[in-house]
Design a protein around this ligand. Structure first.
Ligand SMILES: Cc1cc2nc3c(=O)[nH]c(=O)nc-3n(C[C@H](O)[C@H](O)[C@H](O)COP(=O)(O)O)c2cc1C
Length: 193
């Protein structure tokens, strides 16, 4: 194979996308403040419907608060989520409901835009973290009511997800399966899947 016919390798961004995994084992190593800041700035720069920017982030990095959160949110039915407390930082992704015009738009269109906005902002954090050698895991399986209480989240903010952030102690050996391209993409017609 000559240089001209060789497939180009993945771009740096593609390497980040393909290399990212949800991490469930963390080292106690602290996250450098500048890296944490970069992840939070990545969320702040995310696009949002009508530029409402509903995403707020509560950074849990005090061990005592993290322990209180873990005891409240990761017990009983949710005890499988305890791994998150190994991470030196847990981010609580909070939504500040949008202006009336956006809420009305969501109602008319039947699409909860603020949740799209939250997903984008959260994934900005995930990808920025990955680029900096950090690891994350989106988390929706925890006791929302008790987590809100432990963190003292005021009623104006909706708790959407938790996200441990730190250095991976180990990464999953196998790549999680993905649906085939043909199942999820349709050119000029609805995808088959
Ligand atoms: C909204 C959302 C919620 C999730 N909640 C959890 C969770 O509570 N616990 C967990 O271990 N993983 C959780 N995950 C991670 C998924 O299980 C994971 O993304 C999926 O299995 C694919 O694996 P990968 O992220 O390594 O590619 C969640 C992911 C998303 C996007």
């Amino acid at each position: 194979m000559t240089d001209e016919t060789r497939e180009p390798g993945p771009t740096p961004f593609q390497r980040i996308l393909r290399g990212r995994r949800s991490i469930r084992r963390f080292l106690p190593t602290p996250v450098e403040p500048e890296k944490l800041r970069a992840c939070l700035e990545a969320a702040r720069s995310a696009p949002s419907a009508h530029n409402v920017q509903p995403c707020r982030v509560l950074v849990v990095d005090q061990p005592a608060l993290k322990e209180r959160l873990a005891a409240a949110a990761f017990s009983g039915l949710f005890s499988g989520s305890k791994f998150a407390a190994q991470a030196p930082v847990i981010l609580a992704l909070l939504a500040r409901p949008g202006r009336a015009v956006v809420r009305l738009g969501s109602l008319i269109q039947g699409v909860p835009y603020y949740l799209i906005d939250m997903g984008i902002a959260g994934e900005h954090i995930v990808l920025q973290a990955e680029e900096l050698g950090l690891a994350t895991c989106w988390m929706g399986w925890f006791n929302y009511r008790r987590a809100r209480k432990a963190l003292g989240i005021p009623p104006r903010l909706k708790l959407v997800a938790l996200m441990p952030l730190g250095y991976a102690a180990s990464r999953p050996k196998r790549e999680p399966p993905r649906r085939p391209f043909e199942e999820v993409v349709g050119f000029n017609e609805a995808p088959r899947g």
